[in-house]
Design a protein around this ligand. Structure first.
Ligand SMILES: NC(=O)c1ccc[n+]([C@@H]2O[C@H](COP(=O)([O-])OP(=O)(O)OC[C@H]3O[C@@H](n4cnc5c(N)ncnc54)[C@H](OP(=O)(O)O)[C@@H]3O)[C@@H](O)[C@H]2O)c1
Length: 245
């Protein structure tokens, strides 16, 4: 599928990888961005090709409202949904600053809202001869690190959701895709990690993946992580506990 003249719903276009996806897609496509804050759109991109619906993805009512507005804006359907927004809370369960309420919020943004958007927008995607759902995943969904246990679990759940729905939708025009990312230089990783890759290059790889139709893609160091995990899950686990991607 060539990403030209398409209508695409994107979450998290305000920041990081989502912001680069937005800037690389607008102009040739119409993007409907869902995040709490409106994205800043750099000239010379055509501002009229980006619609923003202020949405709190941690709040089911806000997600439902966004789905209704998208249907009003796009009565002829949409060509794709990119679930990019996520949060990663670092405090460990044993830490003094760990917030019990953060568990539900992290799961809602990272897992529940992608599932709700797919469910709520499926009929809009089925109106098109071909459509895609793209879930932005992480190497941490393959092998968890010791911090951010809920984040890692939510990404593993997103992988299972993607593969489960891929089987459910195999007879339809909707394709379920995902990419597993290594450490990327974005606001989410400010002040931690090394050897980060740029969010612009990740956005470019995601766009090429959507266009080629590749269902699952491991980016950068995740390729090696998956190979090691296949041969020795114990070794992959040890690498991640030492601070891998
Ligand atoms: N950075 C990495 O190293 C890395 C590695 C692997 C995978 N990933 C994945 O890549 C994707 C993008 O991450 P990033 O690093 O680009 O993150 P980021 O720069 O922190 O951006 C996160 C985005 O999510 C939105 N968001 C957060 N909470 C929200 C809420 N409650 N409601 C609506 N929107 C919300 C934010 O917008 P508002 O604050 O305006 O709402 C923002 O646009 C995520 O799925 C992440 O898991 C990142």
């Amino acid at each position: 599928m060539k990403l030209e003249n398409k209508t695409i719903v994107l979450t998290g276009g305000r920041s990081g990888i989502g912001s680069d996806l937005l800037s690389q897609l607008i102009g040739q496509n119409t993007i409907i961005n869902l995040s709490r804050n409106a994205p800043a759109i750099a000239a010379p991109a055509r501002k009229d090709s980006c619609r923003h619906i202020s949405t709190d993805l941690a709040d089911a009512a806000s997600v439902a409202g966004a789905i209704s507005k998208i249907k009003e804006l796009c009565p002829d359907g949409i060509d794709g949904l990119i679930n990019c927004a996520a949060v990663q809370f670092l405090p460990q369960f044993v830490a003094d600053d760990f917030e019990h309420n953060s568990i539900a919020k992290e799961i809602a943004v990272n897992f529940t809202s992608p599932a709700e958007l797919i469910s709520g927008l499926l009929d809009s995607m089925l109106k098109r001869p071909e459509a895609f759902v793209f879930n932005v995943n992480s190497g941490l969904g393959i092998v968890p690190k010791h911090e951010s246990a809920i984040y890692c679990a939510s990404k593993a759940a997103l992988d299972n959701l993607t593969r489960g729905l891929r089987a459910q939708l195999a007879h339809t025009s909707v394709r379920m895709q995902q990419a597993f990312l290594p450490l990327v230089d974005t606001p989410m990783t400010t002040g931690r990690g090394s050897g980060k890759i740029s969010s612009a290059s990740v956005a470019g790889q995601i766009i090429r993946q959507i266009e080629s139709g590749t269902l699952d893609l491991d980016i950068g160091k995740v390729k090696m992580l998956r190979s090691i995990n296949r041969i020795s899950p114990a070794l992959a686990h040890r690498i991640m506990q030492k601070g891998g991607s």
